[in-house]
Write a protein that binds this ligand. Sequence first.
Ligand code: CU
Length: 726
Amino acid sequence: MFGKLFVSTLALLSGVSAVTPNMNGPNLYNIANPNITSGYFSTNFTDITPNVEYMDLYSAPITSRYADVYWTMMPVIPLPKDIVSRFNNSVMAITGYEMDQVIVHPNGTEEPIPCTWSYNHHYVAHLQGANSKMIKVKTPSNYEMYDFSHGSESYKFVTINKSASPNNIATSQTFSSANGGESRGSFHGYPYNKAQLIHSPKAFYIQPMQIDTRNRDPRYINDKATYHAGPLPKSNKAPPTATYSGLAGCPCTDRLKKNIQKLYNTQISGSCKKPLFNITECYQQVLKETKNVSGNTVTEISTWAQPSGCFFIRNNNTKDITAILNNYNSSTQCGSNTKSFIGQTGIDRITGVGTKISVDKQVTIELVGPAHVWFGIAFNAKAMSDLPYTIIVNGTGQVSELKMANHLPGTRLIQSINVTENRVINSTRYVTVTRAIQGRTRDYYTFNNKQSDIPLLTAVGNTKSYSVHKAKSGYTINMKSIGGSTCICNSGTSGSINGLPFHKNCMPEPYADLIQQQNPTCFIEKYVGGLSCCHHKYVLLDKDQAQPNHTMTFQIKFRFWFAEYKNQTGLVRNFGETERNSGEYDVVKCPPGTPVKECVHIITSRFQGKDMVSPQVRGKSKGFKFVYVSGHCHYGSCLTMDLTNADTGELVCHVNGDMGQNRKNVRFDEKNYVKLNPCMWGEDRGLMKVKFYSWDTNFTSIKRANATDYFTGDMALWQNHVELVF
Ligand SMILES: [Cu+2]
């Protein structure tokens, strides 16, 4: 063994020869950006790092039936005792890893299983050090790009004993590059003298997502060479001729209940982005807004003279509300023909303050509050730090105007209001003031029909004269048009699939283009497949499709390559998304008749270096050097991924989706399942030299996909490792 160490949780010694080969075979892997002028870069780990060693680790067995989804954090696998004691209080330098999925037979032999049997959708794996612990984290609803880690349920390792690991050596490491169907045939390794460093390594964790796609028909059950389609749900997008399983796209089956809630907003100016044309919804929403619809009916009209879709009109004299649905695609704006609008709040439960605002030729503000202490109301503010225009009524009935300050009493303003009413009835004070619509200066709030929702802050004191508040609260006053129309517009949807909230953060232009392209992945009502329909233990068959009973049991196998720590440069994870920040997207099939060459679905995103690494990891560094850049995209459709430095036009990394062709004697070559070569930079011969990028560098990512067929839940991720530069 030339002093090389071979360890395994199963203590398997088969397949080990004197010259330690790569687990998945010699010379299997390639890189996307070789520098052939300086020689050939070998992807055999023993060629990169002298005296490199390895350890083989196996997940607990996974047992699945056809169409099962397996996606959960698996039980911890302790590292072999001799490794733990050897690296206790010292550093292991991980130079790369290999992955496979294998059936381990009772006699110890291993049988790799193809993508056509169990599709590794992805995995996130970790090595835990003695000074870290695993915590479960809920991805925040407005997560940043670097927060993402292949799906919603995620785990994080945090350092528990900072002083134990000197020089900020990491106490845990995550492995999730080229981490899906491409994993077995794609290179996960670093150049000479670069590594993922971990202090006191102790345990292995893996959260794989596997989809069982093995046809259990006795005619095909043992055919590893060719894919034979098994039963597929109605929402499956793969054509009958597909050489890959449509289950890999996580189709939403009729076993899942989709609950869609529509969202609405009102407008008294401009036009609805999405007018509401459904008569039942129109009636319900007008009733919700006004509490009273005259005739309990919606009048349908078709005219250019009114805004499109659903709106209501309040009669100036009778105060009757008429609900109207205009089927004409008109350009007339909401609220037209009027400058008067009105809004009213209830009495706030915390402060006891209520407000009514009427805007016509001037503004009338009616305030209700406690009679014997001061109370106040601030306009267009969600916090005092907004420094809002404020009206204060003190316990003796004096009314004044202020510009609020943060944590300070604020500045008195020259009076612009007339007090027209000031009465006390049963310890409640009723004050009415009038004012010009336009504020006297910028310190005064100016009312305008473009703002139909005005956030208000209310406060109440303990004392007669204005001083520190006893309680404060806030609400929004909703202004409605009088005489003119108040439109009710569609403003999107929210909802859940199988009881789990559906949440996407698809970013608008210029960051990404899924929203503009109306990609179905962003909208629950259009969503037909992907991670949200693919949770642990889901069965990807319709209700009326019986799930075959036959089970298959296999394990995920990892071979970690490591070396003694000799001041290798430690690498950190760096993450980018072309589908910002959805985490997946649909490759939408091109229209029938499109020439094959033009049938390409393209998405683009723009981000900066700092969007790819969290501020905590960036620390005081001024930038980074790419060492390992790995594109991630899926089976069947992935054509190319390009990462470009938008400031210079330099193409940083170009990745080709290398589709399997079922060639004999080629490993991991299942037809149309992908293999992805990473880009690498280093001092080794055959590699390009590393380059510095500041955190402000602008990058563009473009992903091209073959859209001859429809693919749900595809991805276009960059899962990289970089060197920080201080
Ligand atoms: Cu993926």
